[in-house]
Design a protein around this ligand. Structure first.
Ligand code: ARG
Length: 473
């Protein structure tokens, strides 16, 4: 007992969910400050799905009667339709999506609605909702990734023989095929895809029944709710269940790596579309013009995707920092998990959609790529390897070819444009079969092993990549 003189406030003067304990209403600013309904209403479908499973289980174990469960179920279904139709009046005083729906249920079906919260807490409820929500989103993101990857693989297939310069340090290094370059993109995305599915696997455990932190005194059946909600199993530890948001962090880590990869692809598309490279044309529908410079066609879509990487990395750091040093179990800090996660999901979805629509439609300019590969002595390594086959140690042949390149720079001519006599000035081991080696086609065809750029390797790599992708369908 406390010795306060004033009479205790009634629940309605404070908050219907916890009014009994409080002697004054929450400060209006604090109510706004602590509310999450403006953004967590996005979880309403999952919240209702979770409540339906919980009510059914409570009826199964005898905590609710069958009639009560039916009333609750009908009420929740009605509310779901109202929300979907935009007819639901969200109230900030009711703080979050969970209490809004529960209060409306009681309004709709009377005091039996108050029984829904038996044996659970908003702590396990929200942990369940976010997992269900993220799982649904992951499935859609995986579909978009598959669409983007199939587009890239198909483009790679059709450009298995298209030659372009390969770069190191952004300097011409050796010729590669455009298809090989595209399949490098696919490998990055394939690993991202794997990370996404790993994240799904690990998050798919049901926290429902952990209640506030310690479990509940009711004879609940956590296996039943886990199965009803499509989870692999119930989580093992109630304290951990309501507390950790590592699954959201893991998704954001996936998103950071994905956007890192998309930003690299964006950068290449932007360079390639420039007047200096002219390797590709981007379809007009993915570009915008300039209000002042009539000639401009700007690669806005890849630029924006490159720029979105910033906010995605920011969200990962937000969530890591949010979780760091939190003592067990639930803390209100965790309400801050939603906005970064929601925005990460939206951003990933938009970027993947933009890329899946755009990449298969880029138009490579094969002649420009070919001519660019002819500049920059891209077959110098092939000449060095040729001399090694003729018996020179590699270091000596490197030296010989270096001198030949210096001569070519001076003459402004490529190695393949030298006469045999000119080439022989640098090494007597050179014979007229050297010209086959110095062609771009010869150079790429010679890299004929798994992971190499030879057209036939690119074709079989594309086939393997596609098979791997479809093995997941
Ligand atoms: N809106 C809260 C959140 O997003 C729900 C859980 C609230 N739990 C509590 N004990 N205040 O985390």
């Amino acid at each position: 007992m406390n010795d306060k003189p004033s009479a205790p406030a009634t629940a309605s003067a404070t908050n219907s969910a916890w009014g009994g304990r409080f002697s004054e209403a929450v400060d209006a600013f604090v109510a706004r400050f602590t509310a999450s309904v403006s953004f967590d209403q996005r979880l309403y479908r999952q919240d209702i799905r979770g409540s339906l499973a919980h009510a059914a289980m409570l009826a199964e174990v005898g905590v609710l009667s069958a009639a009560e469960c039916e009333q609750i179920t009908a009420g929740l279904q009605l509310i779901e339709q109202q929300i979907a139709r935009g007819e639901f009046n969200w109230s900030e005083t009711l703080e979050d999506v969970h209490m809004n729906i529960e209060a409306r249920l009681t309004d709709a079906i009377g005091s039996v609605g108050k029984k829904l919260h038996t044996g659970r807490s908003r702590n396990d409820q929200v942990a369940t909702d976010i997992r269900l929500w993220l799982r649904d989103e992951i499935d859609q993101i995986a579909t978009l990734l598959t669409r983007l990857q199939s587009g890239i693989i198909a483009l790679a297939e059709s450009h298995a023989e298209t030659i372009m310069p390969g770069f190191t340090h952004l300097q011409t290094a050796q010729p590669v095929t455009f298809g090989h370059h595209l399949l490098a993109w696919n490998e990055m995305l394939e690993r991202d895809h794997g990370r996404l599915l790993d994240c799904r696997k690990r998050l798919n455990y049901s926290p429902l029944g952990a209640a506030a932190l310690a479990g509940t005194t009711y004879p609940i059946d956590r296996h039943a709710t886990a199965a009803a909600l499509g989870f692999t199993a119930p989580t093992e530890n109630s304290l951990d269940s309501v507390s950790d948001r590592d699954f959201a962090i893991e998704f954001c880590a996936f998103a950071s790596l994905l956007l890192t990869h998309l930003s690299r692809m964006s950068e290449e598309l932007i360079l390639w579309a420039s007047a200096q490279f002219q390797f590709i044309d981007l379809p007009d529908r993915f570009c915008t013009g300039s209000s002042i410079m009539p000639q401009k066609k700007n690669p806005d879509v890849p630029e924006l995707v490159r720029g979105k990487t910033g906010r995605i990395n920011g969200h990962l750091v937000s969530l890591l920092t949010l979780m760091k040093s939190q003592p067990l179990a639930y803390n209100k800090d965790n309400q801050e998990d939603k906005e970064p996660l929601f925005d990460s999901v939206d951003t990933v979805r938009d970027c993947l959609r933009a890329f899946a629509d755009m990449v298969p439609n880029i138009q490579p300019r094969q002649q420009q790529m070919y001519q660019a590969a002819q500049r920059g002595f891209s077959t110098a390594t092939d000449l060095a390897d040729y001399l090694v086959r003729r018996g020179l140690p590699f270091r000596d042949s490197h030296e010989v070819v270096g001198r030949a390149v210096a001569y070519g720079v001076e003459q402004q001519r490529d190695l393949s444009e030298f006469t045999l006599a000119e080439l022989q000035q640098f090494s007597a081991a050179i014979e007229d079969d050297v010209f086959a080696v110095l062609t771009l086609e010869g150079s790429v065809a010679a890299r004929d092993h798994i992971g190499g750029t030879a057209p036939q390797q690119v074709r079989s790599a594309a086939a393997r990549a596609l098979a791997k992708l479809h093995s997941r369908d």
